[in-house]
Design a protein around this ligand. Structure first.
Ligand SMILES: *[C@@H]1O[C@H](CO)[C@@H](O)[C@H](O)[C@H]1NC(C)=O
Ligand SMILES: *[C@@H]1O[C@H](CO)[C@@H](O)[C@H](O)[C@H]1NC(C)=O
Ligand SMILES: *[C@@H]1O[C@H](CO)[C@@H](O)[C@H](O)[C@H]1NC(C)=O
Ligand SMILES: *[C@@H]1O[C@H](CO)[C@@H](O)[C@H](O)[C@H]1NC(C)=O
Ligand SMILES: *[C@@H]1O[C@H](CO)[C@@H](O)[C@H](O)[C@H]1NC(C)=O
Ligand SMILES: *[C@@H]1O[C@H](CO)[C@@H](O)[C@H](O)[C@H]1NC(C)=O
Length: 335
């Protein structure tokens, strides 16, 4: 399983570090709506010792986990690694109306659904709930968060379909729903997005089925992980010589298409398409992909000669195909 795009985390942390310094100076005051919402969260998470700094005598902008802007409004709330926090995300989180970033990371005892109140956080640009016991569906009301750029709901117990409403979001550029129990087909995410070419899509380790949306041909994906699902049909929409795609994992699906007519993106560094039913041959144009470090097409139905440019790779990248031949495989190609 590939790692999440850590490049996303750093700018957010730097932004927050700046905001923390500003808040210490400027916020002697705490907006009543923010304070009420934070106290509801404290109570819903069972008033644990975690909340020791959340006292009535200090302004809520000085409470641990919360960060304010210069106007004294809470703009980010980040709970990071705490096995002791139990309970559910309260609907009253809706009171944090200026929130830009909500991040719940590795809180394995936080359970229950994603509350409706989140739909009221209309300034939210980044919503991340990861490694928790949160369950139920991915609500379609998340499509109302019109400023959302990044949605991370990986490693929870979410089920049901990915709501089509997410396809309408204009600034969407990162969707990570890996490692849940999602079913149904992939909707045409990003089809309304005005974001530049930096799109990340992670849907691996779910139970998604059906084919890959044709609309993905117009999206500037940089990193894609659809591995370990039950996807069928054609994945060639992700490819094309001039695309910005750097890494793609399509492994462990039931994809079947002809690889011969694909042109690999020249920026591509890694491709795992193992354990599918891909046919045809490996295009010679792969020789022009100069930074390729991983290329795995094992367990497919490919035929023909492995291009000489790939002879340096491990034999396990090519094994278990219909009739691939030539180095690094031991089978010589018939003249
Ligand atoms: C947390 O504390 C508040 C205020 O003291 C109280 O009203 C609430 O019932 C407490 N919640 C839990 C789960 O103990
Ligand atoms: C969790 O609770 C235990 C027992 O109260 C405590 O020793 C530990 O420090 C707590 N851990 C965190 C991360 O707060
Ligand atoms: C939140 O959104 C409102 C309305 O769109 C806007 O006036 C306000 O400036 C935003 N707040 C922040 C912190 O961006
Ligand atoms: C998948 O999610 C479960 C539940 O949160 C978690 O325990 C597990 O570590 C996750 N697996 C990976 C590879 O992240
Ligand atoms: C590699 O790229 C060059 C320049 O774009 C092109 O002329 C050549 O045909 C390409 N080679 C293959 C094998 O596609
Ligand atoms: C390619 O994928 C197969 C099947 O998942 C795996 O056994 C093999 O180790 C991979 N090859 C390389 C070089 O990583």
């Amino acid at each position: 399983m590939s790692t999440p795009p850590s490049a996303h985390a750093l700018p957010v942390l730097l932004l927050l570090a700046g905001a923390v310094m500003a808040s210490a100076e400027n916020n002697k005051y705490c907006h009543p709506s923010d304070k009420a919402a934070l106290l509801a969260i404290k109570s819903a998470f069972r008033n644990q010792s975690h909340f020791a700094s959340w006292t009535p005598s200090t302004p809520c902008c000085e409470w641990h986990d919360a960060t304010c802007n210069d106007a004294g409004r809470v703009i980010s709330l980040i709970f990071f690694v705490d096995v002791n926090l139990t309970g559910t995300i309260p609907d009253a989180i809706s009171g944090l109306t200026e929130l830009l970033v909500l991040n719940l990371y590795y809180l394995p005892a936080i359970s229950g659904p994603i509350p409706k109140g989140i739909a009221k956080l209309s300034n939210l640009t980044s919503l991340s709930i990861s490694l928790t016991a949160v369950s139920g569906p991915i609500p379609s009301f998340l499509g109302a968060l019109t400023k959302l750029r990044e949605l991370t709901l990986s490693s929870n117990f979410l089920s049901g379909a990915i709501p089509a409403s997410l396809g309408g979001l204009r600034y969407f550029d990162s969707v990570d729903l890996r490692n849940n129990s999602l079913t149904g087909t992939i909707p045409p995410l990003f089809s309304n997005s005005k974001s530049p070419d930096i799109t990340y899509l992670g849907l691996s380790h779910n139970h998604l089925s059906g084919s890959i949306p044709a609309e993905f041909a117009a999206v500037g994906f940089v990193q894609v992980d659809l591995s370990h699902n039950a996807l069928i049909g054609d994945a060639s929409v992700f490819f094309g010589r001039t695309k910005e795609l750097q890494s793609i994992d399509l492994s462990h699906n039931a994809l079947s298409f002809d690889l011969s007519s694909v042109e690999f993106p020249e920026e591509m560094q890694a491709m795992d398409a193992s354990h599918n039913a891909i046919r045809g041959g490996i295009p010679a144009q792969v020789a022009n992909v100069t930074n390729l470090r991983q290329f795995n097409v094992s367990y497919n139905k490919l035929c023909g000669q492995v291009p000489a440019a790939l002879a340096r790779l491990d034999v396990y990248s090519f094994r278990h195909n219909k009739c691939l031949c030539g180095a690094p495989l031991p089978d010589p190609c018939k003249k």
